[in-house]
Design a protein around this ligand. Structure first.
Ligand code: ADP
Length: 449
């Protein structure tokens, strides 16, 4: 059993639905909470639910939710002894994990070195390959200026190839290349975009898969033992950003999934991984290829919760408190999540505003994770995710039917939401797991379709 530091008061270094979710889990475990907020989030649900709350700065994220000094100062002022980073903001900044630990607090995530290795895609692929996880054919390292060698490699792998920024994230920093004459300019463009967006122009090359599914494995580990809590299918993406996720992933042989789960567990043990984490893969023609590891709780952890009956945030906290891992859960039924965003249906531009009316769905197998209430403000400054609608059923058909009804019932006024897109997606033929690939949503919205 690991000898972790104990803690009693958790500062939640985040906002929105995930801050609410973490606060609920802490309270259920008898832990106190500290909510931090920017001036744009005054009166937000997470601040109302927490034991203590503190304004840490103005609306701009760089001055509040990304301001490490202000967050550590808030922890000191409120005598918090642990920090939960949630997802986004500082969750995968190694420097933040290090600063938290150096301040004598428990960081609820893996150690800073692991975050740094996995946060840089080139070093992540190297370390993942070393622990036996299959990767895509590619440059296996950063590209240098030797264009002859890069061209030879691309020809060898076969077009199309993908140029990716090592520091990329959020579906940004990648460019498909279909022939040798586009290669040099694609590398130059991706480099300059990566430098502007991530402050790092390191790029690498890998095979572009034309019709893969995005399948990921949820891990929970304590530095020694590791447990795979099953897989999720996140192929419903728009411009490489996830929209709908589900568990389990149907249409893939269960033996193949079990084999990958074993490989992921062995990899966690060899890495000495601690906390929750996700190995992301592309799956095409019967084979899995690693694309990246997320060293934090993910938005879509909820579908795994619905089919395993485990509270992943509670387990994240319990493992950090020194509890042994739970027994291997049985996967029961099927769960699907729709990400509800505040966005205009046509332009897809963010739609901030005050919630004037709210009607949330209910009934068996229906879960609504959100920070909204009538009168709540959806600020313009942050991610447009305002809630997650998750439905569970004995079968995928039942989960989908519940989702259709729940989406129909959901009514939010004061802002625009992407409800019609979700209703359209779950109704289309390509939504069937065995028919789809990661391009199906973009293909549906392509002109003329
Ligand atoms: P990010 O960190 O930006 O999320 P990922 O490496 O996880 O980047 O990739 C995001 C998405 O981009 C994947 O889910 C997939 O849709 C697409 N993608 C990434 N790599 C490839 C590839 N080699 N071939 C085809 N699509 C890819």
């Amino acid at each position: 059993m690991p000898t972790e530091a104990r803690f009693k008061r958790v500062l939640v270094a985040n906002r929105g639905e995930i801050a609410v979710r973490i606060i609920r889990a802490c309270h259920q475990l008898g832990l106190e909470t500290v909510a931090i907020y920017s001036s744009a989030d005054k009166g937000a649900l997470h601040t109302l639910l927490a034991t203590h709350c503190l304004c840490i700065g103005p609306a701009a994220a760089k001055d509040s939710y990304l301001n490490i000094n202000a967050i550590l100062e808030a922890a000191k002022l409120t005598a918090a002894d642990a920090i939960h980073p949630g997802y986004g903001f500082l969750a995968e900044r190694a420097g933040f994990a290090r600063a938290v630990t150096e301040a004598g607090l428990v960081f609820l995530g893996p150690d800073a070195d692991t975050i740094a290795t996995m946060g840089d895609k080139v070093s992540a692929i190297k370390s993942i390959k070393a622990v036996g996880i299959p990767t895509l054919p590619g440059s296996d390292g950063a590209l240098n200026d030797d264009m002859n060698a890069v061209e030879a490699l691309a020809t060898d792998i076969g077009y199309p190839v993908l140029i990716k920024a090592s520091a990329g994230g959020g579906g940004r920093g990648m460019r498909r290349v279909d022939s040798a004459d586009e290669l040099a300019s694609a590398i130059a463009l991706t480099r300059s975009e990566a430098l502007a967006a991530f402050g790092d122009n390191t790029v690498y090359l890998e095979k572009f898969l034309t019709h893969p599914r995005h399948i990921e494995f949820q891990m929970l580990a304590d530095g020694e033992a590791a447990l795979c809590l099953g897989e999720r299918d996140c192929s419903a993406q728009r411009r490489h950003q996830k929209l709908i996720e589900e568990a389990p992933a149907l249409g893939i042989a269960r033996e193949k999934i079990r084999e990958m789960a074993d490989i992921c567990e062995a990899a966690c043990r060899r890495l000495g991984y601690r906390g929750v984490g996700t190995f992301e893969f592309l799956y095409q023609d019967g084979a899995f290829f690693f694309i990246e590891m997320n060293t934090r709780i993910q938005v879509e952890h909820t579908v795994t919760e619905m089919v395993t009956g485990l509270d992943l945030i509670a387990w994240q906290l319990k493992v950090a408190l020194g509890h042994p891992l739970p027994p291997r859960p049985q996967v029961q039924g099927h769960a699907i999540e729709c990400r509800i965003n505040a966005e205009a249906p046509q332009s897809q531009l963010p739609s901030p505003g005050v919630i004037t009316q709210l009607r949330v769905p209910g009934g068996p197998g229906v879960r609504w994770d959100s920070y909204l209430f009538p009168g709540a403000m959806v600020p313009a400054f942050y991610d447009s995710l305002i809630g997650k609608l998750i439905c569970h059923g004995v079968t995928r058909e039942e989960a989908t039917a519940r989702l259709r009804q729940a989406l129909t019932e959901l009514e939010i006024q004061g802002i625009a939401i992407n409800k019609s897109l979700h209703l359209q997606l779950i109704a289309c033929d390509a939504f069937q797991p065995w028919q789809r690939d990661i391009h199906f949503v973009d293909a549906l919205s392509a002109p003329g379709v």
